[in-house]
Design a protein around this ligand. Structure first.
Ligand SMILES: [Zn+2]
Length: 138
């Protein structure tokens, strides 16, 4: 008998590891280019703007603005862990430091969601070593 995990875990590899470790420690870490200042997200081996490979992981401000969202009212991929949270609000957030990221928004009813809403990051553990950033209304 196989065990179905409660929720799918992200695929974590060398390039993305600092992001998930940061979230475990309550930090929103992204790669910021030393040469041109562009915040690169999702993680990349070189800067999308100037091609530099010097992009130290940098702590971002944890606030942002909702760019777009969708509401899921069914269980994604049959993972039972989603069921208790339905409806799930999935969002594109423009963080104040310049990157756009995909994340879940909690603590708000779907009817009250708005494009342009201000949100702040919250962090949940997904394992002993890693966490995941989500957002809630400011
Ligand atoms: Zn750059």
């Amino acid at each position: 008998m196989s065990i179905v995990p409660n929720k799918p875990l992200p695929e974590i590899h060398e390039l993305t590891k600092p992001f998930w470790e940061g979230a475990k420690n309550g930090k929103l870490l992204m790669q910021k280019c030393s040469k041109c200042g562009t915040v690169n997200f999702q993680p990349k081996p070189w800067c999308i703007e100037c091609g530099s490979r010097d992009m130290p992981w940098t702590e971002m401000k944890q606030e942002g603005t909702v760019y777009s969202y969708t509401v899921s009212r069914t269980v994604a991929m049959n993972y039972p862990g989603w069921k208790e949270e339905l409806p799930v609000i999935l969002c594109l957030v423009d963080i104040d430091d310049g990157a756009r990221m995909y994340a879940q928004v909690k603590g708000v009813d779907p009817e009250d969601m708005k494009v342009g809403m201000r949100v702040t990051a919250i962090f949940e553990d997904i394992s002993e070593e890693y966490g995941i950033p989500k957002f809630k209304p400011l």
